[in-house]
Design a protein around this ligand. Structure first.
Ligand SMILES: [Ca+2]
Length: 308
C-alpha cells in the first residue's frame, strides 16, 4: 500500500534534516530547554474483523483541494525532540516523511465500541479485546450484549487491548496509525510542542488537573485541536499506535513502521491523570499489547483515497 512505501526525501525534508543537525550542534538553535529524564518501555496478529464498515468522520488538512482527495497532507517533519529536550526515548530527533493518510477526528467512543462488540465475533480470538473492569464506560447486560454506561456514551473507550483496537479499526475499514503518523498529526509542519501550539494551556486538554468525571466527550475541547483538526490527541486517553516500541534509528526515514518485532506497543498522547510533559506531541509510552487498562484507548487511521 502507498502509505507503507519508503519515499525519496524531497528538498524540504533534506532542509529539515540540515536544520535538525544545526539545532543539535548549536544549543542556541534548539529552542527552549526542557528537562530530560529516563525512557520507559510493548505481541501477534490481530483477531479476525467483521465485514461491516460504518462511516466515521476523519480530519482533513486545511486548504486540501477536494479534487486531490481528503486526508492529512504528506509532509516532512523532525520526529522526536532535540537533545536535552523531552525524554531520552524521543531522541535522536530525525527527519521523517509521512505519506498522505486519513485519521479519525476523535478517539473511539464507548458507544462506538459497544456497537462493534455487539456485531463482531470475539469467540475464538487469541487475545482478549477488552477487560470488563478496566472498561469503565461499558457494561455487559444480562442478555450478553454491550452498552455504554448511561451518560458515558460519548466518553472515550478505555480498557481496550491493542488487539481490540486493531480489530475495531479493521471493522471500520481502517487500521491503527503508525507512531510517525500520530506524531505528524499532533505536531505538524511547525513542530508544535502541544497539538494547539508551543505554550502549555490547561484549558485545552483533559489532563491531571481535570476535576470530577475524569474523561471528557471525544468531541469536547475543540480549542485543543491540532493543526489538522484532530481532537484530544493530547490527554483524555492514551492512544494505541501500530508500531512495536523501539529506539529511534536517527537517519531520515519514509513512512517508518517501527521495529519488526518487540514486546510492547507504542501508546501516545497521555491521559486524564498526566502532567503536561506527558501530553506533549512527541512523548512516547509503551504497553504490552494484551494490556487492558483504564486510560488507554485509540482512534483509527485510514489509507488516503487514490488520487484520480
Ligand atoms: Ca488522546
Amino acid at each position: 500500500m502507498l502509505w507503507r512505501l519508503r519515499v525519496e526525501m524531497p528538498f524540504a525534508c533534506r532542509l529539515l534534516a540540515l536544520v535538525g543537525a544545526l539545532a543539535t550542534a548549536c544549543p542556541l538553535l534548539s529552542g527552549c530547554a526542557r528537562t530530560a529524564s529516563a525512557a520507559r518501555r510493548d505481541t501477534s496478529p490481530p483477531a479476525a474483523p467483521v465485514e461491516t464498515h460504518p462511516a466515521r468522520e476523519t480530519v482533513d488538512v486545511p486548504g486540501t483541494d477536494e479534487s486531490q482527495g481528503k486526508g492529512i497532507a504528506d509532509g516532512c517533519f523532525l520526529m522526536g525532540r532535540p537533545a536535552g529536550q523531552g525524554f531520552t526515548d524521543e531522541q535522536p530527533q530525525h527527519p521523517v516523511h509521512v505519506s498522505r493518510f486519513r485519521l479519525g477526528k476523535t478517539e473511539v467512543s464507548n458507544q462506538e465500541f459497544a456497537a462493534f462488540l455487539n456485531q463482531a465475533e470475539q469467540d475464538g480470538a487469541d487475545h482478549s479485546w477488552i477487560d470488563d473492569d478496566a472498561a469503565v464506560g461499558l457494561e455487559k447486560q444480562t442478555d450478553g450484549t454491550w452498552r455504554a454506561v448511561p451518560g458515558r456514551d460519548q466518553r472515550p473507550v478505555s480498557g481496550v487491548s491493542w488487539y481490540g483496537a486493531v480489530a475495531y479499526c479493521e471493522y471500520v475499514g481502517g487500521r491503527l496509525p503508525t507512531e510517525a503518523e500520530w506524531e505528524w498529526a499532533a505536531v505538524g509542519p511547525d513542530l508544535r510542542v502541544y497539538p494547539w501550539g508551543d505554550d502549555w494551556d490547561p484549558a485545552r486538554c483533559c489532563w491531571e488537573d481535570n476535576q470530577g468525571d475524569p474523561y471528557v466527550d471525544v468531541t469536547a475541547l475543540p480549542e485543543g485541536a491540532s493543526w489538522c483538526g484532530a481532537l484530544n490527541l493530547a490527554g483524555n486517553v492514551w492512544e494505541w499506535c501500530a508500531d512495536w516500541y523501539g529506539d529511534y534509528a536517527g537517519e531520515r526515514q519514509g513512512d517508518p513502521e517501527g521495529p519488526k518485532e518487540g514486546d510492547e506497543r507504542v501508546v501516545r498522547g497521555g491521559f486524564y491523570r498526566n502532567a503536561p510533559d506527558l501530553v506533549r506531541g512527541s512523548c512516547r509510552l509503551r504497553q504490552v499489547p494484551d494490556a487492558c487498562r483504564d486510560g488507554i484507548g485509540f482512534r483509527p487511521a485510514f489509507d488516503a483515497p487514490e488520487q484520480g
